[in-house]
Structure formats: C-alpha cells, structure tokens
Design a protein around this ligand. Structure first.
Ligand code: KIV
Length: 271
C-alpha cells in the first residue's frame, strides 16, 4: 500500500513541503462562491481574495477604496465555495498600517468572520512587527514585496521594482526580515526574473510570483485577467487562457435577439 498521503486540504505546512519537493504552487484570485468552486475543483492550491476586488469587481480605479467589510463579505463567499484550497484574505489599504492592535484585530476578522485560513499584507520591514504579532496570535501571514499596488502613489505608477542594485538589495533584505518575522510565504510582484530567482533560492518559505519570472516556487494571476473578463487593461505578465468577455457578450446578444424575436422561451422551457 502506498504511504504517500493524498492532499485533502492545503495548509501552510503543505506549501512549505511543496517548496522542499520542488512542486510548483498554484494560486489565483477569487471573489465569489461560483468562481471559487470552479477554481477549487480545478486543483488550484491557494485562492486569494485579493484587494484587486476593488478594480475588477467593484469598478474602482485602484485598490485603495476597498473596505474591510467588502473584503470580509467576499472572503465568506469564497470560503463557502472552497473545499481543498487554502483561502487567503488580502488586508485592504489602512486596515493594518495605523497600529499593530488594529492590524491584528482586522486580520482576526478574516479568520473569524471570513473563514479564511490566513491573510496577505503588502510591505517590507515596516510591516515586520505586525507580521510577528499576527503569526504569534495564530494568523498565518503571506507577505507581498516588489510592486505593492496600495503604494501606487508613492511608487509613481504600476512599474517594475528592484531594477537598480540598491532597490534590489532592499527587496532581498525585506524578504529575509519577513521570513524571520514568521511569514509563511511571499508574493513577489513585478520584479526582474533574476532577482526573484535569487530571493527564491535564499528563502526557506515559498515565493509566489506575478510578473516575477519562472523561478518562483509558485505563480499567481488575477483570475479576471487570465480568463479575459477584465477589459480595462491587460498587464504584460498576464497570459489570457480564455476570452470569456467575448463568449459572454455573444451568448447575451443571442439571448436578447431570441427574446425580441419570440424564440425564447420555447415550449420545452414553458409549463
Ligand atoms: O489583490 C491582488 O489580486 C493581489 C495579487 C495580484 C497578488 O494582491
């Protein structure tokens, strides 16, 4: 009989083991019950209820306006649709910056009310203390370095980070500090592939890249981007695996036309 156990649910120790075994970790964003169920059934390891919710679901121009209550409501929906994947709630702008106490309280809401398994927060050394307090309170923390969209106004736009040596060294240093503070994994967004490789090789915790090349321990994309549901813009690092916005519009146009022509509902749809 095989001694190899089948993974029934993804935990922090599972993702750590995946790094050790060089098995790639898959992560996608999800914002609602239906999509979460489909992604979970398709074998995605981690579902991130990203604060990208603000842009791709709620229609804001940036991630900044989304609130804790928005995030909790959508995290609950994702958790209800998920059986196997780890669900991570993304801490929104200003939910963890003003004090450590407020940060831990808000992170706790993701687990207590949102039924998430952990939280993600953006930033380097400046969030190390918050990361330490959350992990010592039993809240798994996923860190996020490189392009941190909540700091878009400070960064001067959505640009690749860590291109110059000094900036690269800071990201490497921050990654070590966050690992030390207890983060169980690290998202690297929009950094040169070589830098992401060096960081991945220097850390014990897994890195999950978005626009950070192939050498990360895992990959993440915004699901609305990779399925072609978000039309406003498509970053260079996105591969579109489907063009669902075309399929949806074609189907809806057909429905509109059939209703107008009296072709729907047919006898088979009527009582
Ligand atoms: O909010 C989000 O979708 C994210 C991913 C891009 C990592 O933070």
């Amino acid at each position: 009989m095989s001694t190899q156990s089948k993974i029934t649910s993804v935990t922090t120790s599972v993702v750590r083991q995946m790094k050790q075994k060089k098995e790639k970790i898959t992560m996608l964003t999800a914002y609602d019950f239906a999509m979460a169920s489909m992604l979970d059934q398709s074998g995605v390891d981690i579902l991130l209820v990203g604060d990208s919710l603000a842009m791709v679901v709620l229609g804001y121009e940036s991630t900044l306006p989304v609130t804790m209550d928005d995030m909790i409501r959508h995290t609950q929906a994702v958790a209800r649709g998920t059986k196997r994947a780890m669900v991570i709630g993304d801490m929104p702008f200003m939910s963890y910056q003003s004090s450590v106490e407020k940060a831990v309280e808000n992170a706790g809401r993701f687990l207590k009310e949102g039924m998430a398994h952990g939280v993600k927060l953006e930033g380097g050394e400046e969030v190390a203390e918050v990361t330490r307090r959350m992990t010592s309170s039993g809240i798994p923390v996923m860190a996020h370095l490189g392009l941190t969209p909540q700091s878009v106004h400070q960064l001067g736009g959505y640009k690749v980070q860590g291109k110059e040596a000094k900036a690269a060294q800071k990201i490497v240093r921050d990654a070590k500090i966050l690992q030390e503070a207890g983060a169980f994994s690290l998202v690297l967004e929009c950094v040169p592939a070589g830098l992401a490789k060096d960081i991945t090789e220097s850390l014990e915790i897994p890195t999950i890249g978005i626009g950070a090349g192939v050498h990360c321990d895992g990959q993440v994309l915004v699901v609305n981007d990779m399925l072609g549901l978000f039309e406003r813009f498509t970053p260079k690092f996105v591969k579109k695996y489907a063009n669902l916005n075309v399929e949806i519009k074609t189907s809806v146009q057909q429905y509109v036309q059939e209703v107008r022509a009296g072709q729907f509902p047919g006898p088979e749809h009527s009582f």
